[in-house]
Design a protein around this ligand. Structure first.
Ligand code: IPE
Ligand code: MG
Length: 229
């Protein structure tokens, strides 16, 4: 979800109003993704390196995350959406951790769409923390992928990324799900996140559907993770 700050500055508004607009975009995209039959939607909200931002912006983002969790939970439960937060929790304020745990517990039964929001997330740090506790049994692609998901409080299963959409005009991964993106198809959409709408999402899905995913092979072969060990 990149481009909130620039979107606001272009309009002569403070960066924080871009984040508010970005939260509305996220809410709308959750609905769209569910309508389109997406199973897992991961939103990169705050990276471990975003702590370097001005204290006021960080504080505003943290307040926004908590408000988002508190305000969205009911709707998620009603729509069968499961909400989980991916990332470290030991550097988050206790009130935010409390809201995260509440939202996760309330939406645990959701089976329609799994929405994951990455907060204080770093792909490299996740790999390092998983490596530090891995047993020999964890050292297959599937098992290590599952360990990565667990280490960030998320799920019990490995979740490889099929399609990564980056807004805001940059063409980089910025430490996002590095392991899980091994075979991700990449889409770079040059609009600021608050302007990203259902039409952009549909265009990315249509483009994705046209791609031939070979996972290193030449055609109809099992995906790479089936070859682990
Ligand atoms: C939102 O966009 C992503 C967050 C870290 C919350 P940015 O805040 O990175 O916006 P730009 O890239 O400065 O425009
Ligand atoms: Mg940015």
């Amino acid at each position: 979800m990149d481009g909130n700050g620039r979107w606001a500055v272009q309009r002569g508004q403070p960066r924080v109003s871009g984040h508010l607009a970005g939260a509305r975009t996220a809410r709308a995209l959750v609905r769209t993704a569910q309508e389109r039959g997406v199973e897992v939607l991961t939103l990169y909200a705050f990276s471990a390196d975003n702590w370097r931002r001005p204290r006021r912006e960080v504080a505003a983002l943290m307040r926004l995350f908590r408000r988002y969790l508190l305000s969205e939970t009911e709707q998620c439960v009603a729509n069968g959406v499961r909400l989980t937060i991916l990332g470290r929790r030991d550097r988050l304020a206790p009130e935010l951790v409390h809201a995260i745990e509440g939202a996760e517990a309330a939406t645990r039964q959701g089976t329609s769409l799994h929405v994951r929001v990455a907060v204080d997330y770093s792909g490299r740090d996740a790999i390092l923390r998983a490596a530090a506790v891995a047993t020999p049994a964890d050292l297959t692609r599937d098992a290590f992928g599952a360990l990565l998901a667990r280490i960030d409080h998320d799920t019990a299963e490995a979740l490889p990324v099929d399609l990564l959409i980056r807004t805001g005009g940059e063409r980089r991964l910025s430490d996002f799900l590095l392991w899980e993106c091994a075979y991700a198809e990449l889409a770079f959409v040059p609009v600021m996140w608050p302007d990203f709408d259902a039409a952009h999402f549909d265009a990315a899905l249509e483009d994705y559907a046209r791609r031939q995913r070979r996972f290193g092979g030449v055609g109809d072969e099992p995906p790479a993770h089936a070859l682990s060990g």
